[in-house]
Design a protein around this ligand. Structure first.
Ligand code: ZN
Length: 308
């Protein structure tokens, strides 16, 4: 099974689409994790959705999808760059147990306070520029519904996604209705009744998919099974990879934010601090001297800034 994203365009309908398959990448992403099965499934579905959304956005930077939960899952984060480098992590509430048959609602929205956050973080930010961020209350009983509601509410785009994931594979299919093309007077160039009919037909085709069928099938076969009657144009396939953007410098900055007294307190107990990256599991160790250097360089750069 491959790691691949295939974007498609329907030649006779005002609709674009995409399919994603992850297996080796998904294995690498889970290598340092031991999530309960329902968490793996949710994170996999979110990964498929994030990759498909990122592939459809013309934007140089990272698309980040977060679900802030209020149940046993506190946070799910998936990040995908425009060059298809993917990473993901889940933070769980260790005091709560996760049942094998826990629903999406049980896991993330137990008290109805969960939020969905989509961030577009540009690579080359101009100083002071903030990433674009859309935050909405979590609406929907599945990851698919949450994404569909988000796209409708914040981007005014009709979107349907079908997602499937287990410990070995991730699959996803997306359909997105393109905005009606307008002439210079603002009159729609396309027939809206035909657009509506095309959209309903394609959604009906997608809705025949089942998760078990998706997980057992490569995306070329899936595409053929679903859309063989449609005239489609396939874009050059994209190759997702697992790559983490963590660094010693970033971990150091996090320690600086914690504050010197907090860090010294922790050092007193253990002699050194080891921080594992949430995404890739890489360990970063800071001993007493490392921490001293960290805070002395922090104070000297602050001093330099005040002089300006
Ligand atoms: Zn990392």
């Amino acid at each position: 099974m491959q790691d691949i994203v295939q974007k498609i365009l329907f030649k006779n309908a005002n609709v674009r689409g995409g399919l994603v398959s992850l297996s080796n990448v998904w294995h690498d992403m889970l290598a340092h994790k031991a999530y309960p099965a329902p968490v793996t499934k949710l994170l996999g579905e979110m990964t498929a959705a994030t990759v498909l959304l990122s592939a459809n956005i013309k934007f140089e930077g990272a698309t980040v999808l977060q679900i802030h939960g209020d149940g046993p899952i506190r946070l799910l984060v998936v990040e995908c760059s425009n060059t298809m480098q993917v990473r993901a992590t889940a933070k769980l509430d260790d005091t709560q147990t996760i049942a094998e048959d826990a629903t999406f609602q049980d896991l993330v929205n137990a008290h109805g306070k969960a939020r969905c956050v989509v961030t577009l973080d540009p690579h080359d930010k101009i100083p002071g520029q903030r990433p674009y961020q859309g935050i909405i209350p979590l609406e929907g009983a599945t990851v698919s519904e949450v994404i569909e509601n988000y796209m409708k509410r914040s981007e005014q785009l009709d979107t349907r996604v079908w997602l499937a994931a287990d410990a070995n594979n991730v699959r996803g299919v997306i359909l997105q209705r393109m905005p009606a093309q307008l002439d210079e007077r603002g009159v729609a160039l396309t027939d809206s009744a035909k657009d509506e009919e095309d959209w309903r037909h394609l959604v009906a085709l997608g809705s025949t998919l089942t998760p078990s069928e998706m997980l057992a099938t490569d995306i070329a076969t899936l595409q053929h099974r679903l859309f063989w009657e449609q005239e489609t144009a396939n874009f050059e396939p994209l190759k997702p990879t697992f790559q983490c953007s963590c660094s010693r410098e970033k971990v150091g900055n996090m320690l600086k934010m914690l504050g010197q007294s907090e860090v010294e307190e922790a050092l007193k107990e253990k002699g050194s601090l080891t921080i594992n990256c949430d995404y890739c599991g890489k360990a970063y160790t800071f001993d007493v001297i490392d921490c001293k250097t960290l805070f002395s360089s922090a104070s000297s750069s602050e001093a330099a800034e005040t002089r300006h």
